[in-house]
Design a binder for this molecule. Structure first.
Ligand SMILES: CC(C)(COP(=O)(O)OP(=O)(O)OC[C@H]1O[C@@H](n2cnc3c(N)ncnc32)[C@H](O)[C@@H]1OP(=O)(O)O)[C@@H](O)C(=O)NCCC(=O)NCCS
Length: 178
């Protein structure tokens, strides 16, 4: 378990998977994702088995104060041990949004990945329709570095998938990283 100020993160255990599935299946999250299909209990169990076995594609519960008080999840996706880069994703659960947990979680996760996993570049992909996430990610230090044009179909039309990234040097220059 890793703690950072009054939040922290820990592994996802079996008892967590139903709350994560419910949040995932909530329209406010589901329709932001690349794959907006609803997840069943069985699919969730298979997902948990898969992330539990993997070191480079895995998920963690973010908690507030107490490890049982889960407020969201973050995902380490395609961690590349050779080129020292990784994709990262994060969801703050609906009832906890807009209270600063997203910003604090970004700081916690950047610190962990850059300063402990020795990653050089972190990137994320966000649908152009997901304005809140684009604003929050850039506020946390990500820069828009590209896009995959018209590669996400949502609300009846194609949208760009926006690529955001932050390098270790850029992270070191963030005022809050010192
Ligand atoms: C994006 C997300 C992680 C932000 O987490 P959060 O805890 O709500 O964010 P914070 O409270 O720390 O706010 C951070 C900044 O984001 C922006 N923001 C937050 N909510 C916003 C909203 N509803 N509208 C516009 N901007 C918003 C603001 O700039 C805010 O900073 P400010 O309060 O100083 O103005 C969260 O909304 C979320 O999990 N959304 C659903 C899932 C998702 O889209 N995940 C990303 C997929 S790639």
């Amino acid at each position: 378990m890793i703690r950072f100020e009054n939040i922290g993160f820990r592994s996802v255990e079996k008892q967590d998977i139903e709350i994560i599935r419910k949040e995932h299946n909530d329209e406010s999250v589901l329709l932001m994702l690349r794959d907006p299909r609803i997840i069943t209990e069985l699919q969730q169990l298979q997902w948990w088995e898969s992330i539990s076995k993997s070191r480079n594609n895995t998920v963690f519960c973010i908690f507030h104060e107490n490890p049982e008080n889960v407020i969201g999840v973050w995902k380490l996706q395609d961690l590349d041990d050779t080129n020292r880069c990784t994709e990262m994703g994060m969801d703050i659960f609906k009832n906890f949004r807009g209270q600063g947990f997203g910003m604090k979680s970004f700081r916690m996760i950047f610190k962990y990945i850059f300063e402990n996993l020795n990653v050089h570049t972190i990137y994320a992909k966000v649908g152009a329709y997901n304005e809140t996430s684009l604003i929050a990610a850039q506020k946390a230090g990500y820069k828009i570095s590209g896009k995959i044009p018209e590669s996400l179909f949502r609300k009846g039309k194609y949208w760009d998938n926006v690529l955001l990234s932050i390098t270790f040097d850029e992270y070191r220059k963030l005022p809050e990283s010192n």
